[in-house]
Design a protein around this ligand. Structure first.
Ligand code: NIG
Ligand code: FE
Length: 378
């Protein structure tokens, strides 16, 4: 393993508490771990040197919400939405059918290529959910495949009630909280539930989350995507690490989040792809809520792998400043995954550094759609 010095960084965002941004800075990564940060003039000798020539560098993005184990796509649904049809949770079942038919190698190759696509756009930490298998076997294999790509794996057997249980959703919840959880827990760090009309009720969601917690899994919740619901309060009550979507939040939800350790993870790619209203990041930040931004990369509601695109949307459509959006995509994502070692560039950080083809990180939002990631180091 080599040590790498990046020198001449015009603007280096480290998120150090007393000095979150440095100018004309240098940084050393030793075997991918930040070993030193300082002025270019004081830089130590290393095996390899990269001259940033005045460009900006930021921590590797932390994408804390994605669904990458799937087959097929649903471009036809996107087209229909752009003609005015609403997004419906039921589309998930189409992807379930195709995913069950696909072999492991096909699913893994697809997921791996999406992780590579993410990395080229600066994402170095990614969470991956199951949720397109919905049988004991298919959920377990989704998590086994996801584990090949990331330690941040999430069991989402409670994504939607599959067709074969349409007449008896509670029996499906029995399966999810029983044999499916038994098979999946060894391959998961987290458990998640889609608490929404058309998916799972608040009571069903509580059962799923409590069963997961008993098995030692951390909690995450999809809530408030299609309308306000008590799913957000449930997430806070149970101490979930993150409640995701939050397209529709009541004042009570925002107050509860502000008083909790639960991160609000906003997914602007979903509002983009479903033509729903964007939630206000401003409202959450002003209330003191910790905000993360993630891609939600999936074939239905948000088929983007690009955190820079999500940052641009958060700035333009969610009332966040470029700095706040960058913070949400790095520190926010790390908090949503309860990780201390990623999302920053302080000594000891393991999430790598993203060198931009730009003089400042503001360009991530100022130049939307432009491939600004020159290189990912570490
Ligand atoms: O996070 N909301 C639930 N699950 C995904 C959508 C999955 C799909 O439509 O296939 C989401 O948006
Ligand atoms: Fe999701």
């Amino acid at each position: 393993m080599t040590s790498t010095l990046v020198t001449g960084i015009g603007e280096l965002t480290t998120w150090e508490p007393d000095r979150p941004v440095r100018h004309d800075a240098a940084i050393v990564l030793d075997a991918g771990v930040v070993a030193w940060v300082g002025d270019t003039a004081d830089a130590p000798a290393t095996d390899e040197v990269i001259d940033a020539a005045g460009s900006a560098a930021v921590p590797g993005f932390v994408d804390s919400h994605s669904h990458l184990i799937f087959a097929g796509d649903r471009a036809d649904e996107f087209e229909a939405r752009m003609e005015g049809r609403p997004y419906e949770a039921g589309g998930i079942r189409r992807t379930v059918r195709l995913t069950r038919e696909a072999d492991d190698a096909t699913l893994l190759a697809r997921a791996r290529s999406l992780v590579d696509e993410m990395r080229r756009q600066g994402t170095t930490t990614v969470e991956i959910k199951s949720g397109y298998g919905l049988t004991v076997h298919d959920e377990q294999r989704a998590l086994q495949l996801a584990r090949e790509l990331t330690p941040e794996t999430t069991f989402l057997g409670a994504h939607v009630v599959p067709e074969e249980f349409a007449d008896d959703p509670d029996a499906y919840v029995d399966l999810v909280t029983g044999p499916m959880l038994d098979a999946c827990a060894p391959f998961a760090r987290w458990i998640d539930v889609f608490c929404e009309t058309g998916a799972f009720t608040v009571e069903q969601s509580r059962r799923v989350l409590e069963a997961g917690a008993e098995r030692g899994l951390g909690l995450r919740v999809h809530a408030g995507q299609l309308g306000e619901s008590d799913g957000v309060l449930l997430a806070v009550e149970l101490g979930a690490a993150s409640v995701d979507h939050g397209t529709f939040l009541s004042d009570r939800d925002v107050d509860a989040l502000a008083r909790s350790q639960t991160v609000a993870t906003l997914l602007p790619g979903v509002e983009f792809s479903t033509r729903q209203p964007y939630p206000s990041g401003r409202r959450l930040l002003d209330a003191g809520v910790t905000v993360a931004i993630a891609s939600d990369c999936n074939p239905g509601s948000s088929f983007t792998s690009s955190i820079p695109f999500c940052i641009a949307l958060a700035v333009r459509e969610m009332g966040m400043t470029p700095r706040e959006a960058l913070h949400a995509a790095t520190v926010g994502g790390a908090r949503a995954l309860r990780r201390e070692d990623v999302g920053h560039l302080r000594v000891g950080a393991t999430g790598g550094l993203v060198l931009l083809d730009a003089p400042s990180a503001t360009h991530l939002a100022y130049r939307p759609g432009v491939p600004l990631v020159r290189r990912v180091v570490g």
